[in-house]
Design a protein around this ligand. Structure first.
Ligand code: MG
Length: 250
């Protein structure tokens, strides 16, 4: 009986010490034939078994969701442009700038989790429409249990929490809300820049005590990765997923 007790204790401790997971920032793009926010980068992140692959989403003026980081990309302001103009842009690997639909279609063939960042739009109504259209597209494509939403927009944060299916993780990126504030809003946790956690390392434990999770971006240096792992963060978002995987295996 005593041995059984010890075994349960060890198992419990191991479960409590869940390992930090790797999220590829804008996909795994630092590799041949890849490019930030390309479908190739998503497939590459999946091929090295990242926990998740992050990507950025905008709504064009004619209501098409597309995947890209920049508000203005190669001279085209995405939220005020027609989708045909945004989609005509070539990424550095030769792919056309993907629509969200194409991107999610590729995601269906992967097992990595899809970390959907909605960019803050200048037009508040358009941003709210992007939240709803994004949630509906994910739902129609049968991906509700594969997607996590993240955003810098405090409005979009509340809208994702309100309209995404119950239990869908929604994280806030902007760095100013405390764990208590995010918990009250119903967020899954904080997804903040490493500088915020260096200033407020106590927020990591406070999140965990509230049953929330911690994601840190964008951590590319080995020493910073080690610091985050020591702090027991749940996820690290990085441009160097293979380096982080190597550190986690040590
Ligand atoms: Mg992003």
């Amino acid at each position: 009986m005593r041995i059984l007790g010890v075994l349960f204790f060890i198992m419990g401790t191991l479960c409590a010490m869940a390992q930090t997971e790797v999220i590829a920032h804008r996909g795994y793009w630092k590799t041949d034939g890849s490019s930030q926010n390309s479908i190739r980068a998503l497939v590459k992140a999946d091929s090295i078994a990242c926990y998740g692959s992050e990507f950025d989403v905008w709504l064009t003026a004619d209501d098409v969701l597309v995947v890209n980081h920049d508000a203005v990309f190669k001279g085209v302001e995405i939220e005020t442009s027609q989708s045909k103009d945004a989609r005509a842009i070539l990424l550095s690997n030769g792919e056309n700038l993907p629509s969200l639909k194409q991107y999610l279609q590729a995601g269906k063939d992967c097992t990595t989790r899809l970390v959907f960042e909605l960019k803050p739009h200048k037009n508040r109504l358009q941003e709210a429409k992007a939240v709803i259209d994004g949630i509906m597209m994910v739902d129609r494509m049968g991906l509700n249990d594969r997607v996590e939403y993240i955003t810098f927009s405090a409005d979009a944060l509340e809208e994702f929490i309100k309209y995404a299916p119950k239990g869908t993780p929604v994280y806030y990126l902007n760095g100013e809300k405390t764990p208590q504030e995010l918990h009250k809003l119903g967020a899954a946790g904080m997804d903040y820049n490493i500088r915020v956690f260096k200033k407020h390392p106590e927020w990591i434990k406070e999140c965990h005590d509230l049953g929330m999770k911690v994601n840190v971006w964008t951590v590319n240096k080995e020493e910073d990765m080690k610091w985050c792992i020591e702090q027991g963060v749940d996820f690290i978002t990085t441009n160097e997923p293979e380096l982080l995987q190597k550190l986690l295996k040590k």
